[in-house]
Design a protein around this ligand. Structure first.
Ligand code: BV8
Length: 254
């Protein structure tokens, strides 16, 4: 079902009266902050690599220097970027949802922490974060928000290697985070997906869970995706323009 009326107004009316809205974001929500999406062609040193070949345990085992250098460069790049109007609009929607006593859950596939820097709270990071690194020997995690490591691969105090605290392809998601995300998908009455190609699982399986439980489903994405013809409202637009319009309309309803 796609609304013939203005889909932004229709989406805002649905969001503004939700009792539990669950949002899933992907790399497209950070694109207007200057962060390349996951499947955009990589530039520079990485133009000869497919990110899905770098984001695996095997790649790290085969070439820990290359993989840790790639992740540390991404960490420094995103640290220099700023949240964009899409991130800020989601904070506005979160705050107005909570102000009327309704529930709001934000799930992200992104590893850039821009939602948190914009003011989102309780963010479920399905795929971890570029700022958390884990010792391969002890499993201990540490936050790194400073300058680049002084060598690659970085060595941990325990004599292991620091690996990025992200979920690689072929790795399981954190059980508690995956369970919380699944619960938020199955218990919401509105599911909004923003800026994701909807091809990475289990993240892409959340929208069908919400739909199966009767939630109204809304997609905001620049391009069409495998989810586009299954949602109630498909808005093909940039997140940085569609979300602020929705947030403004939702706030006007309050
Ligand atoms: C798992 C962290 C159980 C790392 C990421 C074979 C063997 C093993 C597993 C599999 C297999 N075949 C399939 C699988 C499952 C696999 C999977 O789904 N693969 C896909 C490619 C088919 N999943 C897994 O492996 C998961 N684990 O299944 O464990 C298991 C275990 C062992 C064996 C079997 C199963 C783990 C998945 C997590 C991988 N880690 N990231 C890192 O960041 O380096 S996923 C990676 O893709 C990023 O996190 C990214 O967020 C995510 C999804 O991508 P998107 O966010 O959607 O970004 P993308 O670029 O694709 O799309 C952006 C969209 O935005 C576009 O549509 C574009 O149009 C739009 N856009 C652009 N600009 C804008 C915009 N929209 C609006 N406004 C804009 N301005």
């Amino acid at each position: 079902m796609s609304s013939s009326a203005d889909p932004i107004a229709t989406a805002a009316a649905i969001i503004g009266t939700a009792s539990h809205i669950t949002v899933l974001t992907g790399a497209g929500v950070s694109a207007e902050s200057g962060i390349p999406t996951f499947r955009d062609a990589l530039t520079g040193l990485w133009e000869n690599y497919n990110p899905e070949q770098l984001a695996t345990p095997q790649a790290f085992a085969d070439n820990p220097e290359l993989v840790t250098r790639w992740y540390d460069e991404r960490r420094l790049n995103v640290a220099a970027c700023k949240p964009n109007p899409a991130h800020q609009a989601l904070v506005t929607i979160e705050q107005s949802t909570r102000a009327r006593g309704a529930t709001f859950t934000l799930i992200t596939q992104n590893v850039d922490r821009l939602h948190q820097r914009a003011g989102s709270t309780g963010v479920l990071e399905l795929h971890g974060s570029l700022f958390t690194w884990r010792c391969t020997r002890t499993g201990n995690e540490s936050e790194f928000t400073g300058p680049a490591f002084d060598r690659y691969p970085p060595v941990s105090p325990a004599g292991g290697l620091w690996r990025p605290g992200v979920v690689w392809f072929g790795e399981m998601l954190d059980d508690a985070i995956a369970a919380a995300a699944h619960k938020a998908a199955e218990s919401c009455d509105v599911f909004l997906t923003v800026g994701t190609s909807a091809i990475v699982y289990p993240a892409a399986g959340l929208l069908p869970v919400a739909h199966a439980n009767g939630a109204a489903t809304i997609e905001i994405n620049r391009d069409s995706t495998p989810a586009s013809d299954r949602v109630d409202i498909a808005i093909h637009a940039l997140a940085g323009s569609a979300l602020p319009r929705i947030a403004e309309a939702v706030s006007a309803q309050a």
